[in-house]
Design a protein around this ligand. Sequence first.
Ligand code: Z5A
Length: 212
Amino acid sequence: MPDKNTLSGRFITVEGIEGAGKSTCVGFIRERLISAGKSVVVTREPGGTALGEKLRHLLLDHHQEAISPDAELLLMFAARAEHLARVILPALRAGQWVLCDRFTAASYAYQGGGRGVAGERIAALENWTQGALRPDLTLLLDLPVSAGLERAGKRSEPDRFEREAGGFFERVRESYLQQARRHPQRYRVINAALPLTGVQAQIVQALAELLA
Ligand code: Z5A
């Protein structure tokens, strides 16, 4: 169980529905942090370790047989436990800044909001795997579902999540926004519907608060 007091690094997560621009923004954030003199570890969930990447493949592969919501949640947290033990906690202990494309907020949004798993179950797993550790800053890239799906749809074959109907993503978006309302001290909602320069300007402001 991590003791928050022994972690001298900072933990930033980037969240949002498909096509919100997370991957695009992670590259931008990394450059900003490096310019500010920080040592940065960029990673993602599910994934970030050898086991995590195998689990990611199982979770996203649309040729898989259907996965029950509870199994899906447990696999996300199995990947997360490994990710915390091997990548995130060692980096934070070494004073590095960890920048993660999705984290536990995605479990609340997709398995909770999207699939209907009870929030208490997710909270129990969160407390078990993370102890008191929570991201220092979560940048929630928010935009209408139709806009996100249109952006995401211009790319390769849809994965298992991207095949869900629009209502699923509306619930995911609402869950993310609820989490941001519940934890205003560590969430910043970024209007991701703006052109990239407008999105980046909001990110710069949010990072400045943490860097100050
Ligand atoms: N998942 C879960 O269910 N539970 C969990 O606990 C976790 C994850 C951790 C992982 O996929 C899946 O796992 C995810 C949730 C689930 N569901 N799905 N699918 P992922 O992390 O790879 O997530 P993704 O949503 O598929 O990523 P994405 O579709 O690649 O989206 P993105 O990274 O947010 O977008 P992007 O690639 O940066 O940008 C998309 C396009 O829009 C691209 O062409 C950009 O050039 C363009 N773009 C970006 N920003 C802009 C702006 N501002 N204007 C115009 N165009 C833009």
